[in-house]
Design a protein around this ligand. Structure first.
Ligand code: ATP
Length: 310
């Protein structure tokens, strides 16, 4: 495990921002921490990087206790904070070099790493410009370059795509994939479920300071998937059809309204070919089939009773 958290608690006055969180992240993963505004994601991240004093529990990174080995641990983490942290009076290259020096990278190695990091985020050509001249997305990319210059084992990104243009957003998502392919473990927080869906093999859903669900996208969907729904538009309708479809294994209900047939089945019934066969046997022609797939939004809605963006 690259990260292990036990019974972590963080209070702000009376508010439990992190409520007895247990969490373990495996090396080599892109781990997604998904939750709405105020769920406690940033507080948890700040605790992991030693930026906030906690009220209970234990954090181990790279097999070492954060309190006892803080400096050594921090040297192996790259952090892309939610608030952009750059110096406007330094140019892009100098910013990356500044962060490199903070982590003890020096001399020729620093120059080599700074170029590599700026190339990685496609900003080498703009190295002499001040970040004050950059768009929000470019600033964010420069922040990512600053977090990579010391080749950290673990990269933590706290909502890195909030408020930026779609092109920079895609660039950042691609960068996360590339970093992972190159061997880095990434912890990625977001309240955009589409991002977590495409990036992460391992996802935790956080709400009101607690981890309320954990697993792969498929596992999370399975937690709430009791039914699948298929909508089938037909050219003509034979009323015996509904009764025949209801007899198919896995089918829990079948409704016909005008020429629209809606079939509900237990999850993973794999009976779609049987349903199609049954329809075509009655002589009806299928004009369109629409299988409604569950999304992480459905999972979140089922578990918390509200949508992610509320
Ligand atoms: N410095 C602070 N003082 C008091 N309360 C705080 C402080 N920082 C966060 N909180 C509260 O703790 C809770 C968790 O906030 P946190 O910023 O960790 O959530 P989040 O999931 O990161 O939200 P967002 O997606 O908006 O960044 C919220 O209720 C927030 O108001």
């Amino acid at each position: 495990m690259i990260l292990e958290i036990n019974n972590l608690v963080k209070r702000y006055n009376g508010l439990l921002a992190v409520d007895n969180v247990d969490l373990a992240v495996t090396e080599g993963e892109v781990f997604g921490l998904l939750g709405p505004n105020g769920a406690g994601k940033t507080t948890l991240i700040n605790a992991i990087i030693g930026m906030t004093k906690t009220d209970g529990g234990e954090i181990n990174l790279f097999g070492k206790n954060l309190r006892r080995s803080e400096m050594e641990i921090k040297a192996n983490i790259g952090i892309v904070p939610q608030e952009i942290a750059l110096y406007g009076d330094l140019n892009a290259l100098q910013n990356v070099e500044f962060f490199g020096k903070l982590y003890g990278v020096k001399g020729d190695l620093l120059q080599e790493r700074a170029k590599e990091a700026l190339d990685f985020v496609d900003l080498w050509e703009r190295r002499k410009d001040s970040p004050n001249k950059f768009s929000g997305g470019m600033k964010r990319r420069l922040n990512i370059a600053c977090s990579l210059v010391h080749h950290p084992k673990l990269i933590i990104m706290d909502e890195p795509t909030v408020g930026i243009d779609p092109q920079s957003r895609n660039h950042i998502l691609e960068s996360v994939k590339k970093l992972n392919q190159m061997g880095s473990t990434v912890i990625y927080t977001s309240h955009y479920m589409e991002e977590v869906e495409v990036l992460c093999n391992d996802i935790a859903i956080m709400d009101h300071g607690r981890i309320i669900a954990r697993g792969s996208k498929e596992e999370l969907e399975e937690m709430v998937a009791v039914e699948e729904k298929v909508n089938i538009r037909l050219s003509s309708v034979n009323y015996s059809l509904v009764e025949n479809v209801k007899k198919i294994s896995g089918v829990t209900n079948c409704l016909l309204e005008h020429n629209q047939l809606t079939v509900f089945s237990r999850a993973k019934s794999n009976n779609i070919s049987r349903i199609i066969e049954c329809i075509t046997q009655t002589g009806a022609v299928i004009e369109a089939i629409n299988m409604e797939k569950l999304t992480l939004e459905d999972v979140f809605l089922t578990l918390t009773g509200r949508t992610l963006r509320n």
